[in-house]
Design a protein around this ligand. Structure first.
Ligand SMILES: *[C@@H]1O[C@H](CO)[C@@H](O)[C@H](O)[C@H]1NC(C)=O
Ligand SMILES: *[C@@H]1O[C@H](CO)[C@@H](O)[C@H](O)[C@H]1NC(C)=O
Ligand SMILES: *[C@@H]1O[C@H](CO)[C@@H](O)[C@H](O)[C@H]1NC(C)=O
Ligand SMILES: *[C@@H]1O[C@H](CO)[C@@H](O)[C@H](O)[C@H]1NC(C)=O
Ligand SMILES: *[C@@H]1O[C@H](CO)[C@@H](O)[C@H](O)[C@H]1NC(C)=O
Ligand SMILES: *[C@@H]1O[C@H](CO)[C@@H](O)[C@H](O)[C@H]1NC(C)=O
Length: 511
C-alpha cells in the first residue's frame, strides 16, 4: 500500500535493472504506472501475468520500439477478466491502442479491453458479428468518450440497425445486449423500455435531469414491483429524487439513509440539493425558537438538521453548543445558509482569533467563509492547512486559498515543503510567482505531481523550472523525463521546449 506514495522521480528504472515480478505485486497510481511502464513493457515478462495496476500505465510513448506482437499481447492482457479488477484507461490511451492495432483486429471482441471497443470503426466489425460486438461493448464505460468525437450517437445508430430496433421502446433482450449503453440513452428510450433498463442504469456514473425524470416515470408506471429497492440504489447516483416521500417518512428515511450517503462520500453538492428539496420551510419569523433548542443530543441524531429551516437553525443554536460540538455539526450540515449561521456563531465564540483545533474541523463550512472570516483563523499547523485544503469539501476561490496558505507561511519555520505541496494540490495556482519561487527542487521532487491546469503560463513556467532542476541529478530516459515534466507544462510550452515528439504522441486525440 505504501508504494503509491513513492514520488514519480524515484520510479525511473532501465529495462536491465527492473524486477517486474516485484513491481507487479505492488499497487500503483496511474501516473506512477505510466512512468514504470517504459521499463516493464520492454522486458520479456509474460504479459498475461501483469496486474491491472501495472497495465494501466500503457501509453503511446512507452511502446515505441516494441514489436506489434508485443503491443498486441499487452492490449490483450488488459481485457476485462473474471475475478480481476478492470484495467482503467484514459481516452488517449484507448485511441492509441486502437490506432496501433486497427489494421489487424480480430472478431473475438472480448479479447480487447471493453473501453477500447468504443473506438472500433464500422469496417472493424463484420455485419454477421455485430451482435457479439455490441454485447462486448455493453461492458464499456461510456463516460470515457469525449463529446468532441461524437461517438455516442454513432454507436447508438449502429446498434439500432444491428439489432433491428425501430422506435424507442427497447425489449428486455435488447436492453441486455446494450448494457452500459443505457447510460447514454435519452429520456424517451428510458421511459418506454423494459424495466430491466433500471438495473442497467444503476451502473451509470451520472445522469442528466431528463434521464432522472424518465426513470421516475418508469418507476411509478407500476411495471416494476421492486421499485423502492432500485430507487434507493439510484438515489446514490442521482439525488434528489424525493418527490414521493411524505413528511413523516422523510425523517425515517433520512435517519437510515444520510449516514449511508456520508459513508459513500456522495458529493457535497448533491447532499445540499437533497437537503433543500426534502426540507420544508414552515415557521414564521419573530416567534423565537419553536422547533426545539439544539443540544448535543439533537446533533447526534442521524437526521439532524432535518426539521429546521435556516431561521430556526439560527434561533435554536446557542454559541457554546457550536463551540463544543463543532466536529459533529460540520459533519452533518451541508446547506449554505446553515453553514453561514455556524460561521457567525463561531466568530461570536472567538472574538479575536479562532484556534487551529477548531479551524481544522470546519470541513465544507469553510467554503462559505468570506476573507473577513478567514482573517481571524489561525492556520499555523500543517494538519490545519491539510484539513482546509481537502478537495472533498469543495473548491476554493483563489483569493481565499491564497489568504489561507499565506497565513500558514507567515508562521516562522513554515515553508512550501513536500507535505505542504501534497496538502495544497492544485490550490498552488492561487499563489503568486514570487511565493512559488520559494519551493525548493527537493520539495517538488518528493511531492506528488501537482495538477497545474488552472495555473497561468507564468506560474507553470516557474514550477517547470523548479521541477526541471529537481531532475538534473537523474539520468532519465527522454520518455520518462517527459512523463515527469509534462504535468507542469501546457501543450504550447511543451512544444516550445523541443519536446515536440512526445507532445504529438501523447497530447493529440487521434481519430
Ligand atoms: C494479426 O493478429 C494475429 C493475432 O491476433 C497474429 O497471429 C497475426 O500474425 C497478425 N497479422 C499481422 C499481419 O500482423
Ligand atoms: C454530471 O452531469 C451534470 C449535468 O449533466 C454535469 O454538470 C456534471 O459535470 C456531470 N458530472 C460528471 C462527473 O460527469
Ligand atoms: C431554549 O434555550 C433558551 C436559552 O438558551 C431557554 O430560555 C429556553 O427555555 C429553552 N427552551 C426550551 C424549550 O428548552
Ligand atoms: C493564534 O495564533 C497567534 C499567533 O501564532 C497566537 O498568539 C494566538 O494565541 C492564537 N490564537 C488562538 C485562539 O489559539
Ligand atoms: C505575493 O504574495 C505575497 C503573499 O500574499 C505578498 O506578500 C507579495 O507581496 C506578493 N508579491 C507580488 C509580487 O505580488
Ligand atoms: C533543464 O535542466 C537542464 C539541466 O539539468 C538544463 O540543461 C536545461 O536547460 C533546463 N531546461 C530549462 C528549459 O530550463
Amino acid at each position: 500500500a505504501m508504494a503509491s506514495q513513492i514520488p514519480l522521480s524515484l520510479l525511473l528504472f532501465s529495462a536491465e535493472t527492473v524486477d517486474v515480478s516485484v513491481i507487479n505485486k505492488k499497487t500503483w497510481k496511474q501516473d506512477q504506472a505510466i512512468v514504470l511502464f517504459d521499463a516493464v513493457a520492454s522486458t520479456s515478462f509474460n504479459t498475461e501475468e501483469l496486474s491491472p495496476s501495472v497495465l494501466q500505465g500503457f501509453s503511446c510513448s512507452s511502446i515505441q520500439g516494441l514489436t506489434t506482437r508485443r503491443i498486441q499481447s499487452l492490449v490483450f492482457a488488459s481485457r476485462n477478466r473474471q475475478g480481476r479488477a478492470k484495467v482503467v484507461f484514459k481516452e488517449t490511451q484507448l485511441t492509441c491502442m486502437y490506432n496501433l492495432l486497427r489494421g489487424n483486429l480480430s472478431q473475438k471482441f472480448t479479447d480487447y479491453p471493453s473501453d477500447m471497443l468504443l473506438y472500433f470503426g464500422d469496417n472493424n466489425v463484420d455485419t454477421s458479428n455485430c451482435r457479439s460486438y455490441f454485447t462486448a461493448l455493453g461492458a464499456a464505460d461510456f463516460t470515457v468518450l469525449s463529446s468532441v468525437l461524437n461517438r455516442e450517437s454513432l454507436l447508438l445508430n449502429n446498434a439500432r440497425s444491428c439489432l433491428g430496433i425501430s422506435g424507442v421502446s427497447l425489449s428486455r433482450n435488447n436492453v441486455e445486449v446494450l448494457g452500459n449503453m443505457a447510460c447514454t440513452l435519452q429520456s424517451s428510450y428510458i421511459e418506454s423500455s423494459d424495466p430491466l433498463i433500471l438495473e442497467k442504469l444503476k451502473a451509470c456514473k451520472n445522469f442528466s435531469g431528463s434521464q432522472v425524470t424518465a426513470m421516475e416515470t418508469l418507476l411509478l408506471s407500476g411495471k416494476t414491483p421492486t421499485y423502492l429497492r432500485i430507487y434507493k440504489q439510484l438515489l446514490f447516483k442521482c439525488l434528489p429524487l424525493s418527490f414521493f416521500f411524505k413528511q413523516t417518512v422523510k425523517k425515517r428515511f433520512l435517519k437510515s439513509f444520510m449516514p449511508q450517503l456520508r459513508r459513500e462520500k456522495v458529493q457535497k453538492r448533491k447532499l445540499k440539493a437533497l437537503f433543500k428539496q426534502i426540507s420544508v420551510v414552515r415557521t414564521k419569523r419573530g416567534a423565537g425558537c419553536t422547533v426545539g433548542n439544539i443540544t448535543h443530543v439533537t446533533i447526534s441524531d442521524p437526521s439532524f438538521p432535518f426539521g429546521y429551516d435556516s431561521t430556526q437553525f439560527d434561533l435554536c443554536l446557542d454559541v457554546p453548543v457550536v463551540k463544543n460540538n463543532l466536529n459533529t455539526i460540520t459533519e452533518k450540515v451541508d446547506d449554505d445558509d446553515f453553514q453561514k449561521v455556524i460561521l457567525v456563531k463561531l466568530n461570536q465564540a472567538y472574538p479575536s482569533s479562532i484556534p487551529d483545533e477548531q479551524v481544522q474541523l470546519l470541513r465544507s463550512v469553510s467554503r462559505v467563509a468570506l476573507l473577513n472570516d478567514i482573517f481571524k483563523w489561525n492556520v499555523t499547523r500543517i494538519d490545519t492547512l491539510a484539513a482546509l485544503m481537502d478537495s472533498n469539501d469543495g473548491p476554493w476561490a483563489a483569493a481565499e486559498s491564497k489568504e489561507i496558505i499565506t497565513k500558514y507561511l507567515s508562521v516562522s519555520g513554515n515553508s512550501l515543503g513536500s507535505s505542504e505541496l501534497n496538502a495544497i494540490g492544485s490550490n498552488l495556482c492561487s499563489l503568486n510567482t514570487s511565493t512559488l519561487r520559494t519551493i525548493t527542487p527537493d520539495s517538488i521532487r518528493n511531492a506528488n505531481p501537482v495538477d497545474v491546469a488552472s495555473c497561468s503560463a507564468e506560474q507553470k513556467r516557474v514550477l517547470y523550472e523548479i521541477r526541471n532542476s529537481s531532475l538534473s541529478s537523474q539520468s532519465a530516459s527522454p520518455t520518462a523525463y517527459y512523463h515527469l515534466i509534462s504535468p507542469y507544462l501546457g501543450k504550447n510550452e511543451c512544444c516550445l521546449l523541443a519536446l515536440s515528439v512526445f507532445c504529438t504522441l501523447s497530447d493529440k486525440t487521434p481519430l
